[in-house]
Design a protein around this ligand. Structure first.
Ligand code: HEM
Length: 125
């Protein structure tokens, strides 16, 4: 295991970009997610690149561009049910595979995102 940040260990911004691109490609086709996402996913994808960069120890790009994350609050306008949480996580699991993020980082990243996704749920089925 390399020391330093997960961000550096997985290959920095280039890898974050591959993950996010692979992720929103799946979101765009997922029947449980399409209803709450905008048709044009390019802006949310950019915000996600900023967020994941800083979340995994890279430069604080999200804060520089968007301020404090307050992610749960930013998600309140969207009904996030357990089904949508599962859909989000399944898109992310496949994206981490497509982006060829190696172990143990793939599992560490997925576990951290699972905790965050649980925190984002705001609506029962
Ligand atoms: C924004 C859905 C979990 C990070 C959004 C948006 C939706 C959404 C609908 C707004 C798109 C728009 O701008 O119209 C969901 C669903 C989740 C989930 C269904 C399932 C649990 C997460 C998680 C993270 C995350 C786990 C972080 C790891 C973000 C970020 C934004 C965003 C950074 C942009 C916020 C901003 O600056 O405006 N999400 N999300 N989301 N989501 Fe999620």
């Amino acid at each position: 295991i390399k020391h330093g940040t997960i961000y550096e260990a997985i290959g920095g911004y280039e890898t974050i970009d591959r993950i996010v691109t692979a992720f929103y490609k799946r979101v765009a086709k997922h029947p449980d997610l399409i209803p709450i996402f905008p048709d044009d996913l390019s802006e949310v994808a950019q915000k996600q690149r900023w967020f994941l960069t800083q979340f995994f120890g890279g430069p604080r790009l999200y804060e520089e561009n968007r301020g404090h994350p307050m992610l749960r609050r930013r998600h309140l306008p969207f009904p996030i049910t357990p089904t949508r949480r599962d859909a989000w996580l399944s898109c992310m699991k496949e994206a981490l595979e497509e982006a060829q993020v190696e172990e143990p980082y793939r599992t560490v990243i997925f576990e951290k995102l699972t905790l965050t996704a649980n925190h984002m749920m705001n609506t029962p089925e």
